[in-house]
Design a protein around this ligand. Structure first.
Ligand SMILES: CC(C)(COP(=O)(O)OP(=O)(O)OC[C@H]1O[C@@H](n2cnc3c(N)ncnc32)[C@H](O)[C@@H]1OP(=O)(O)O)[C@@H](O)C(=O)NCCC(=O)NCCS
Length: 394
């Protein structure tokens, strides 16, 4: 099998659903911008050389429907022959798209592909605009459709993850993110045009564009006392709050992937190889445990142990599930290797984009720290986990 090299991995900032900088920016605009930016940041790459673009999206409907993977490719000015697709595995969709794009390279079907992810949770709410659960199946198995917040409560209750520990974890996520933002360490972010509608004197609105260059969900002022005061959101006597849950967010991210042949022809220096990717199922009503099963499966495939991994990006869908997975896997001895610049509690979790966003962040940090192996992993609605291993290039 051939190697799949990631040569460029970039993202838009992540911005708060309904309240943040991208609330009036259409999802196709976020995605087409970041696709174009990825090509611009890959010296010598011509858009026509890209074989296919695959985009993960968790709720691919309305403004981000109709195969947004192909629509954004066209809006971004790729020539007609460049194909595009949309893929859905909920919270790992962006990683799934990168993995599928890498597999095309690995098996020799393509030399240059792009994989990425998109979600505007402002334009298309979580659950979609018109959810239609299967009527008979739901009567017997309602768990498949329960709210993600309830699955986080289930994990906290079943595995004794206290409110204090969840809040401490959330606090640390916010503090790490605040520091990284202040030190301008999110170099994978491309300043992204955002739309706003400005009220004019005559009562009409004028469409304007401004550049957004930071994740606007980070709360530098977070304190443990403030977090402790927040009321549970999903269950009356629960422990999961707005402060220790991932934020709902708008964003897009993509990676340019190449064969060794293409890398050499273009004279590029790739960042990392995607070595292994795996998924696994678990109980739907505690979907947050997914990484606890996906990570050992991945490491077994790779013949590695947790001690070999220098950096981890483990999606913080909720503090309860992230903490559970970290503890069960014995990763708590390596807290300084996990989500080193904060996670989704501070930076947001734009569902279908997240897998691609975490890839861009992980590769940036692996390169900055000279780390050989990095893993990203996440839990997935419906009861699944996904994990991928990246190896830094020399
Ligand atoms: C939990 C959830 C419902 C909260 O939604 P929300 O009310 O819109 O959340 P916000 O981030 O706007 O926070 C609400 C309030 O909580 C308080 N708050 C949030 N984070 C805080 C923090 N770190 N410190 C102090 N107060 C905080 C603030 O008062 C905030 O209001 P403000 O924005 O006006 O200041 C939503 O974030 C959610 O659904 N998260 C999970 C998403 C999910 O399931 N994803 C899929 C996972 S598989």
């Amino acid at each position: 099998m051939r190697d799949a090299y990631i040569v460029t991995a970039v993202r838009t900032p992540g911005c708060r659903r309904g309240k943040g900088a991208f609330k009036d920016t259409r999802p196709e605009d976020l995605l087409s911008f970041i696709l174009d930016a990825a090509v611009q940041r890959t010296p010598g790459l011509d858009k026509g050389q890209v074989d296919d673009v695959m985009i993960g999206c968790s709720f691919p409907e309305a403004e981000q429907g109709l195969n947004v993977g192909r629509i954004a490719v066209q809006i971004a000015g790729f020539p007609d022959q460049v194909s595009g697709a949309t893929v859905n595995r909920f919270c790992s969709s962006g990683l799934e798209a990168i993995a599928q794009s890498a597999m095309r390279i690995m098996c020799g079907w393509s030399d240059i592909t792009i994989g990425g992810g998109l979600e505007s949770m402002t334009y298309v709410p979580m659950g979609g605009n018109l959810a239609r659960p299967h009527p008979e199946y739901t009567r017997e198995h309602p768990d498949l459709y329960i709210s993600m917040g309830m699955t986080a409560e289930n994990v906290a209750n079943r595995y004794n993850i206290s409110r204090e520990d969840q809040d401490q974890f959330a606090y640390e996520s916010q503090m790490k993110a605040s520091k990284a933002k202040a030190e301008k360490l999110y170099t994978e972010i491309v300043p992204t045009p955002a739309t706003r509608f400005v009220l004019q004197a005559d009562g009409t609105y004028k469409k304007e564009t401004f550049l957004q260059d930071f994740d606007d969900g980070i709360r530098e002022s977070t304190t443990l006392e403030g977090l402790a005061k927040l009321r549970p959101v999903f269950a009356l006597n629960g422990t999961v709050t707005a402060g220790n849950s991932s934020q709902t967010t708008d964003g897009a991210a993509v990676s340019v992937i190449m064969s060794e042949k293409a890398v050499k022809e273009l004279g590029l220096k790739p960042v990392a190889k995607l070595k292994f990717y795996t998924t696994v199922g678990c109980r739907a009503d505690e979907m947050g445990v997914g990484p606890r099963y996906a990570i050992p499966k991945l490491l077994k495939l790779a013949g590695l142990t947790i001690d070999d991994i220098g950096l981890w990006e483990i999606n913080e869908a909720f503090a309860s599930q992230a903490l559970y997975c970290i503890r069960e896997l014995g990763l708590d001895k390596y807290m300084d290797r996990i989500n080193i610049h904060g996670g989704a509690i501070a930076l947001g979790h734009p569902l279908g984009c997240t897998g691609a966003k975490l890839c861009a962040t992980l590769l940036t940090n692996m390169r900055a720290k000279g780390v050989k192996y990095g893993v990203e992993s996440m839990c997935i609605g419906g009861g699944m986990g996904a994990a991928a291993l990246f190896e830094l290039c020399d």
